[in-house]
Design a protein around this ligand. Sequence first.
Ligand code: C2O
Ligand code: CU
Ligand code: CU
Length: 580
Amino acid sequence: MHPGWARASRQPDAVAHLLAAEHSTDSALLPDAMTDRNRRLLLLGLPAAAAAIVAPWWWRRQHAGAPHAHRAAQPATEAATASSPGAQPLRIPGRDGLLADVPLSKPLTLRAQTGEFPVFAGARTRVWHYAGEHDGRTIANPLLHAARGDTLDVTVANLLDEDTTLHWHGLHVDEANDGSGLHPLAPGAQRHYRFRIDNRAGLYWYHAHPHGRTGFQLQHGLAGLLLVEDDEERALRERLGLEWGERDLPLLIADKQVDAHNAIVYRDGADDWIGNRVLVNWTPEPTLEVLPALYRLRLANVCNARLLRLAFLHEGEVLPFRLIGTDGGLLAQAWQMEDVFLAPAQRLDVLVDFARVPAGARVVLRSLDYVPMENEDESGALLPDPMSDHPGAVPMGAPLDVMQFCVAGCNRDTAASFSMPVRVPATLSRLPPPPDTAGWPVRSLRLRMDEEGTWFINDWNFHRDGHAPAFTVKRGTREVWEIRNNMTSMPHPIHLHGFQFRTVSRSISPHDVRSRQVAANGLGPQDLGSNDTVLVWPGEIVRIAIDFSQPYHGTQRYMLHCHNLEHEDMGMMLTFAVTD
Ligand code: C2O
Ligand code: CU
Ligand code: CU
């Protein structure tokens, strides 16, 4: 994100001009974008005349000189305005290209490769991606769509000139199907993944995981989403009247450092890689035109290092939302929230009711400011300026606009059918409460940095200490892992491969975390779900409960690591083994 846009969003009058200037030379994206948009309107069943209304009012206002709250129906030709510079529609799962929606009902081959895409205005951007074909269409980083119980059958071919992998983030898999850096895929090689998906319904993801190069390869694009559905999930969606791809949408959020030629830049060996542009579903400065209705948004933080504190804002006021799910699927009940931390690799499932703002309003999804608590640099002034690698990037913890929603006016018929109040059921899913862990063995894991600036989990650094398992867990046992973060540290999103876990307590939490507590033992709403990544703040002690039951045998090795990808690549990772 360049700071201009963040500023502009607080001054709507300036937005159109800023955006128009940026997109002035781009045309490659627009025809596709229009097709998507029109298709979506068709799906929504809006009459053609109503299509005009959903052109972003704040943009039209600038150019038509209409009065401030203008949202009257426009002639159908006005819809063309939506394809003008400045109205970049959010990419939604489609039939081809980036984020193509692909069922996992038959075997699929994905090629890790590079290619050029019209991501930003002007020059195309070289993107590292997983490419394939589905039903004769070319797909890139597809959203893989599965039902619980389906067999995933994916072959990955490495057409890059360096090692890569494809890791299934959040899934219950054996070592061979995990795709971690323990099994690198050499240039020219192929790997066949085949396993039964037995995770709960939810939004998972997949990404490259080569030792020491994960930060580089993800920053350049090697990541995609995996949606799992089940009966419980379908029942809820039906009850809320949400159709996937219409009012149930993924928002894959990633920041990229982009140079003047639209190239994504990365420096190996850098710390915390934050970027000057924010992409949602590979769309820069995106707008989604929404109906005044309930929407379900599946947020995924796919940033290398940027921690987000997300809120929906209408004219500077917070629009509360309901948190209904986390990494591993639905919560037992919904929680009303005003903002939520979303760390790299985490996912959140939220309901936002756009009927609560006036038709024609604009709602901004913003990362609010927070205290980043980067306490590790005791030597302060001697360290190089961390921003020198990231010209134009909003610093960690500063406010950052992610995207905006334009709430359409509706004709009377559609307004009636969409403004019906929806009651969110008191029970969303059968997720049990966090287990009582009295008597479970406790394993302590301490996060720290030494004087040389090397990150450790206890005394292990993956580079220094190698890939052999740091410890072994007996299959079928249940353990509490107590993760303590040093005060001279920073927030670390700690990720466990192969298992989902439950968070059972947080203590010595900073104010921002304590103030969000809703349950005993310091837990916030997000902690009450099933998760594969947990954010541990400086000074904090977080206990997670893990059930190591699994239908495999022999030795299965997995990783535990920080999902700040620069920390991971610097060795803040260990291997552990599950054995009979
Ligand atoms: Cu999402 Cu070990 O990774
Ligand atoms: Cu993972
Ligand atoms: Cu970290």
